[in-house]
Design a protein around this ligand. Structure first.
Ligand code: AMP
Length: 205
């Protein structure tokens, strides 16, 4: 099963992706996580990507497509995978179509006006990608691996606004792109984590 999960920044893609991947035992491929790992490791790609990410802009297509292609070609993806945060542009979607086939594109439908608050309280683990909120992790420790949780550089209010704008301009049109291919499943993303997960599993049956 080759899946995509789409939705605005802060829509809960990462949280839902982790649950889906656990249930179906497939790798969770988040280009955002891969890029943040490259930044933490000080790679050339990380150095090139950081300024774009800190400004809430998209990293250039050619860099992200190469990163994704390389990841998808690894052996663990042979049994299926879930893409989180990719594709984000039509050029990326076209490139993806040339690399592999997609079975379902899940789309988390959310109220964009409420997402800035969600992102302000988001806390992430840079080591394993675990995502939670300040309210759910008051000790600032990752429940998955025990490392410390941090606020993402691009979750600052002034950057969040730009990310939502970039989403509307570049990524929202991909909803139609996958709908036209008959692959889209819309999910109400404003429900509880549990309810969203149940709706996703029902859509995947
Ligand atoms: P995310 O963790 O998915 O919210 O991604 C965080 C940031 O990484 C984005 O705001 C972009 O700067 C960059 N990024 C992640 N995935 C992509 C992608 N597919 N195309 C371009 N930039 C990306």
């Amino acid at each position: 099963m080759n899946l995509i999960i789409m939705g605005a920044p802060g829509s809960g893609k990462g949280t839902q992706a982790a649950l889906i991947c656990k249930t179906h035992d497939i790798p969770h491929i988040s280009t955002g996580d891969l890029l943040r790992k490259n930044i933490a490791d000080g790679t050339d790609l990380g150095k090139q990507a950081k300024a774009y990410m800190d400004a809430g802009k998209l990293v250039p297509d050619e860099l992200v497509i190469a990163l994704l292609k390389n990841r998808i070609e690894q052996a663990d993806c042979a049994k299926g995978f879930l893409l989180d945060g990719f594709p984000r542009t039509k050029a990326q979607a076209d490139a993806l179509g040339g690399i592999t086939t997609i079975d379902v594109a899940l789309n988390l439908v959310t109220d964009l006006n409420k997402l800035a608050d969600r992102m302000a309280s988001r806390r992430v683990c840079l080591k394993c990608g675990y995502t939670t909120s300040a309210q759910d992790a008051p000790d600032g420790i990752c429940k998955a691996c025990g490392d410390k949780l941090v606020i993402r550089d691009d979750d600052k209010r002034e950057v969040v606004e730009n990310r939502l704008k970039v989403y509307e301009q570049n990524t929202a049109p991909l909803v139609d792109y996958y709908n036209n291919k008959g692959l889209l499943k819309n999910i109400d993303g404003m429900q509880s984590i549990e309810q969203v997960n149940q709706a996703i599993e029902a859509a995947l049956k």
